[in-house]
Design a protein around this ligand. Structure first.
Ligand SMILES: O=C(O)CCC(=O)C(=O)O
Ligand SMILES: [Fe+2]
Length: 266
């Protein structure tokens, strides 16, 4: 208990205060509220090597999918890998706030990976060592417009996050995120001062399945629009990840092979 309290105090110490989280939400809302031509200055370019980075709508993946104008902006946060052409200049403070958020989150990811190790009575560094010194942080900003038929249209289909850890900043007024457990969907409540920590597939692998990467989805809302910001923290490209040795024994056999980092770039 004391260990967890210590971790929470450390987060506040690193400036991840409720008012700072409000500022991050505010610039997200302001960006999506801009006129379409302004947002399209940052459009992703499907033909180039920039992959999913940039601003755009959902792609149609199946015939059944009904489009609802969901908008997204993806940017890489790591300073040395930033592609500033995708970083909004409007609102004016967007880049400064996102830069601050990056610095704070890179401290928070260390705290969380250390806390996970401690909670399993392992050495502090065992998750961090696999995560590596060059972990990648990808930000996904989401805007879900209000939708006249929430029964027909989903905001994000059910999925797990491929990251090690995702930090999710939810809308402070509108619900939408749901997690699946025992074949039932559970709503995530709004806690404005909280950053939601989601275990991703890679942390599930490292923990040999002790931590589960939960299936989640986002439903739409007929009355209100909603925003969120997910930051996916991925191990460095040179890292190989696999179950931590001390979590494999006769009672808990190895559930996963060692795998190269799944986002390895060629
Ligand atoms: O919008 C949300 O609350 C969740 C978004 C999400 O799950 C994702 O971007 O992977
Ligand atoms: Fe997700």
């Amino acid at each position: 208990m004391l260990k967890w309290l210590f971790n929470v105090l450390q987060l506040i110490n690193h400036g991840m205060t409720p008012s700072f989280l409000d500022e991050v939400r505010e610039v997200t809302k302001q960006f999506f509220a801009l006129p379409m031509e302004e947002k399209q200055k940052y459009s992703r370019d499907a033909e180039s090597a920039d992959g999913i980075e940039g601003y755009g709508n959902d792609k149609i993946l199946s015939e059944k999918q009904i489009l609802n104008g969901t908008e997204r902006l993806h940017i890489t946060l790591n300073p040395e890998q930033r592609k500033l052409k995708f970083w909004p200049e409007n609102p004016k403070v967007f880049r400064d706030i996102l830069n601050d958020y990056t610095i704070k989150l890179s401290m928070v990811i260390e705290i969380i990976l250390t806390a996970i190790a401690r909670s399993l009575d392992l050495e502090d560094n065992c998750f961090l060592d696999q995560y590596g010194k060059e972990g990648k942080m990808n930000a996904g900003f989401n805007y879900y417009p209000k939708c006249p038929r929430p029964d027909l249209v989903i905001g994000i289909e059910e999925h797990t996050d491929a990251a090690a850890i995702t930090f999710l900043l939810q809308d402070n007024e509108v619900e939408g995120l749901q997690f699946q457990k025992d074949n039932q969907w559970f709503k995530v409540p709004i806690i404005p001062e909280a950053l939601l920590v989601i275990v991703g597939d890679q942390a599930e692998i490292m923990s040999n399945g002790i931590f589960k990467s939960p299936v989640h989805r986002v439903v739409t809302n007929s009355e209100r629009e909603r925003i969120s910001l997910a930051v996916f923290c991925l191990p460095g490209f040179n890292e190989e990840i696999g179950p931590i040795d001390r979590l494999v024994d006769e009672s808990r056999p190895r559930l996963y092979k060692k795998v190269p980092h799944i986002f390895k770039e060629t």
